[in-house]
Design a protein around this ligand. Structure first.
Ligand code: ZN
Ligand code: ZN
Length: 624
């Protein structure tokens, strides 16, 4: 049990709190301190992340738990959102219970290190402030992040502590010594990229200071896809337009800044960080680079992690303005109902905005500027509010057509049209006037199918629920209009191992067919014949339930089984055939009654296949 331990200060690196402990105990040999804190004296736990935290927390008598120490006093949260979920869990376990060997490699700090820091960094303004308030300086974790060279709080450049730090030292714990700190306002670096560097520093601090433990690399990737799609940098099937994205990102930051941040992007490299970040769940990309991408895409960390809709929407966040000039809410954000489809020919997204006042308009997307919100392509329905207004204007008999058209935001022809059908006493179906049905339901279905397939292929590990969440609109539409297809494509729900990912049934069909063919020939070669059936084949390949439940998704297999499965008589015939062949091999006389008895057939059964048997045997004979 430790006799004392001073609580870590806000954002103090655990390492710093340990160094303080060592200082206050007065231990002369560092190994004594290490034994007290971690039960081992082999090495100081890693500077950024720490290790052996379970022992340490127990030694403190339960006033801390490892998880919150990691979250509040290490650099782990900087890396965590960009790690695959399973790797994050393993790492947490290692930091907590083991000596943390290999943590750096797995987290990507060693392999993917950029803007590496081998010294301790500090902000003079932070230190001055703390000296006044608490009387001592401590090591801030946010100043040690790779890529961070400004203080996110004071917006000043950081300074280097003059003593170099050695990873995994057994010799010393470095504690900030007031006499070695330079608290003057003189800064060595005064570059032109201060704004960008400060934004990066604040974004990095956002990662440390917010609980993003529910976010994993998959979530990040999905958010990228959303934003890229909205910016027209990904196709309807969510393929990222890598070349365009590269040019925009590279142009946005400029070569010089990317060089400073050691994050240049080689356009021709299939594995440049931009491609990997927007494509792969398994590979890790340095957090600094993720920050560059996020800031490029949305310029705000919080919106990125908390504010993004989970369906693709190229028309920006709703509600959207109603463009019905006859409504008192004209140009106000009254529309909550938006359907996005793809243009029949160009495949560009088309939004259809339906307002409660009955007014429905559509336009092509994606939005390129804020003003696009007020642009309308086609009016698909005018609605009751609009028509009431037109009726009133017509009845007043004092407005020119020109003026009415202007007031109502329509073509004069439209007014003539309504005047005419009303005069004729027709009001039925007048709402469909001007509807441009370039998008028949079948093509909508094709489009949604394509989009759904894109998602399924891109994210094979997602469960049904996650897919539903990700593309609600497509899911609901297909559920209503194309349920059979949808359910065939969706991952199966497997109660034993949770949900299984997307299955490529075409490929599965071929694989299972091969297994079936092999099993079939094995079965035929058995010395004691067994009747070939779907059940027997299914058992032989160990996938009976697959055949029972999903054979309709495996057309080649179904065809094959249909071909080889034996009816009772076919099986009797094969049995007799084998018996006869063996008799011939052994040069025994082929006697009908013997064949019949050996095959275990009744007289009439044997009689009914006898002619076929002879035919086959004669064929065989001739072939020999
Ligand atoms: Zn500061
Ligand atoms: Zn409206």
């Amino acid at each position: 049990m430790l006799s004392f331990f001073t609580d870590p200060y806000p954002d103090e690196l655990l390492y710093s709190a340990f160094a303080r402990y060592h200082f206050y105990t007065g231990n002369i040999d560092l190994k004594d301190t290490l034994s007290e804190l971690f039960g081992k004296n082999s090495a100081i736990p890693s500077f950024e992340i720490g290790s052996h935290l379970e022992f340490f927390c127990t030694a403190l008598g339960g006033s801390y738990i490892p998880e919150s120490l990691i979250q509040e006093h290490t650099l782990f949260p900087f890396y965590a959102p960009f790690l695959p979920g399973n790797r994050r869990k393993e790492l947490l376990k290692d930091i907590t219970s083991s000596d943390g060997k290999g943590i750096y490699t797995r987290i990507g700090i060693v392999a993917g290190s950029i803007c590496k820091k081998d010294c301790i960094y500090y902000c003079p303004a932070c230190i001055k402030d703390e000296m006044e308030r608490i009387g001592e300086a401590y090591i801030h974790r946010e100043h040690q992040l790779q890529g961070v060279i400004m203080c996110p709080h004071h917006e000043k450049f950081l300074k280097k502590y003059p003593i170099k730090r050695h990873e995994n030292s057994r010799v010393e714990y470095i504690r900030l010594d007031g006499s070695l700190l330079d608290l003057s306002d003189v800064y060595l670096y005064q570059g032109k990229y201060q704004d960008e560097l400060l934004r990066i520093s604040k974004a990095s601090y956002y990662l440390l200071s917010n609980d993003l433990s529910s976010i994993s690399k998959t979530d990040v990737l999905l958010r990228y896809k959303n934003l890229l799609y909205e910016k027209n940098l990904a196709t309807n099937r969510l393929r990222v337009k890598q070349d365009e994205l590269h040019d925009l990102v590279a142009g946005h930051y400029g070569t010089e800044l990317l060089e400073i941040l050691e994050s240049c992007i080689d356009k021709n490299d299939e594995y440049n960080w931009l491609r990997v970040a927007t494509r792969s769940v398994a590979r890790t990309v340095h957090p600094l680079r993720h920050i560059l991408l996020i800031l490029f895409l949305i310029n705000d960390m919080d919106t990125f992690f908390n504010g993004i809709r989970e369906t693709y929407n190229p028309f920006g966040k709703g509600p959207w303005p109603c463009l019905n000039r006859a409504a008192d809410h004209y140009r106000r954000d009254a529309v909550i109902n938006l359907t996005v489809t793809a243009d029949y020919k160009t495949r560009e997204p088309v939004g259809t905005f339906s307002c409660e006042c009955g007014y429905i308009y559509s336009r092509k997307g994606p939005n390129k500027s804020d003003n696009d919100r007020y642009r309308k392509g086609t009016v698909k329905a005018f609605g009751h509010v609009w028509k009431n207004k037109l009726e009133t204007l017509l009845n007043e008999h004092c407005h020119s057509y020109h003026e009415m058209a202007r007031q109502l935001g329509c073509d004069i022809k439209t007014i003539h049209h309504y005047e005419k059908i009303w005069a004729e006493g027709n009001s039925v179906n007048d709402d469909v006037y001007e509807i441009d049905w370039t998008q028949p339901e079948s093509s909508l279905k094709q489009d949604y199918r394509a989009r759904m397939l894109g998602v399924l292929q891109e994210f094979p590990e997602l469960s049904r629920t996650e897919i539903h969440r990700l593309c609600q609109k497509e899911y609901i539409f297909l559920y209503r209009h194309d349920k059979e297809w949808l359910f065939e494509m969706l991952p199966t729900v497997n109660t034993q191992s949770g949900s299984k990912g997307y299955i490529d049934w075409g490929q599965r069909d071929q694989e299972v067919l091969l297994q079936l063919q092999k099993a079939h020939s094995d079965l035929l070669n058995r010395s004691k014949p067994i009747r070939i059936s779907k059940t027997l084949l299914g058992k032989a390949i160990g996938s009976l339930s697959l055949l029972e439940k999903h054979l309709h998704k495996l057309p080649c297999c179904a065809k094959f089984i249909d071909k080889v499965a034996e009816k009772k008589q076919q099986f009797q015939l094969r049995r007799c055939q084998i018996i006869v062949l063996r008799m011939q091999e052994e040069a025994l006389p082929v006697l009908d009654w013997k064949v019949q008895r050996k095959a275990g057939l009744r007289r009439e059964d044997y009689e009914s296949i006898k002619s076929q048997l002879e035919l086959i045997l004669n064929d065989n004979h001739e072939a020999l």
